[in-house]
Write a protein that binds this ligand. Structure first.
Ligand SMILES: [Zn+2]
Length: 303
């Protein structure tokens, strides 16, 4: 199967240089930007508008029920079996992880998210359409603002059954993902990356969500994946992909890291080396919560 470098096609010819070099600064959007699309699980159309903000963190407001913006945090996660769902008081919001991965991955630290409906649109099943939206809006560095960096001082490990995630203190944000599926077309995959906004856009953001043909029927019976189709999810029958070509030969493990970044975005990206073996949203969110408690929040004023 031919695999080609698709990043230039996906983000346009100014490629990755547009994005910040690293995660040290505080960044918001230059202007607002909107995208509309269908949710993976609800199958319903919704609209998301991303707006500039001068407050650290990602703040949610509902277009259906305008209340004060609510800061997103791990304690709002109520269901993480197949996607990350937040209970935001006035509404439940499904499948936030690919949008949040794009925001944190591109280096945004201050932003508001306005949503109509109950699910973030799946778009092409990866984060790249959100990356394009962020590029379209533009990013500006906040000069007189605070950035908060999660600095880990001791190793932290969380495990559930044979799955585990461990975070080690580090000067930068490094990720190592390992997946191990019984399906030969996926099998064992490992991917490691020193994450920067630019490496995120190039190596992680284009990786799409994936599923298994033999599980589709039971998910539909449970009222899930109403908006799933062969254009927004990679599907395999175990031995082969039903909708090739893949964007990367190891696209599934890269997508797992994308999901992890989206879940960690609830607290911000840590200065840590994170290794995840057979990860899940539940495990990621538990790490995000533990990181926010275990890390010292280093506040520093930017020039
Ligand atoms: Zn995902």
């Amino acid at each position: 199967m031919e695999i080609r470098d698709i990043t230039l096609d996906l983000v346009g010819n100014s490629s990755v240089e547009f994005f910040p070099e690293d995660y040290s600064g505080a960044w918001t959007l230059r202007e607002s930007v909107s995208r509309k699309g269908f949710g993976l699980h609800t199958g319903k159309e919704s609209e998301v508008t991303l707006l500039p903000s001068n407050k650290f963190g990602f703040y949610f407001s509902s277009l259906d029920d305008l209340g004060p913006p609510l800061r997103l945090e791990p304690s709002q996660v109520v269901n993480s079996q197949l996607c990350t769902t937040l209970d935001l008081g006035s509404k439940k919001l499904f499948t936030v992880e690919h949008l949040l991965a794009a925001m944190a991955g591109c280096g945004l630290t201050h932003a508001r998210i306005l949503v109509s409906g109950n699910e973030i649109p799946l778009l092409d099943g990866s984060s790249i359409e959100w990356v394009k939206a962020i590029k379209e809006a533009g990013m500006i560095k906040l000069n007189s603002s605070f950035n908060r960096s999660l600095v880990l001082t001791d190793p932290l490990t969380i495990y559930r059954g044979s799955s585990f995630i461990t975070a080690m203190p580090s000067d930068s944000f490094k990720l190592i993902g390992i997946i191990d599926f019984p399906y030969p077309v996926i099998g064992q995959q490992m991917f490691s990356i020193e994450l920067t906004p630019r490496s995120f856009v190039k190596e992680i953001a284009p990786a799409r969500t994936f599923g298994f043909k033999d599980q589709i029927e039971s998910l539909i019976e449970k009222g899930l994946i109403k908006g799933g189709n062969l254009k927004n999810s990679l599907v395999c029958d175990g031995k082969s992909w039903l909708n090739p070509p893949l964007r990367f030969k190891d696209e599934p493990v890269r997508h797992k890291l994308l999901d992890l970044i989206g879940d960690l975005a609830l607290v911000g990206l840590p200065k840590a080396q994170v290794l995840v073996y057979r990860g899940s949203h539940a495990l990621h969110v538990e790490l995000a919560d533990s990181l926010s408690k275990a890390c010292s929040f280093k506040q520093f004023c930017l020039d």
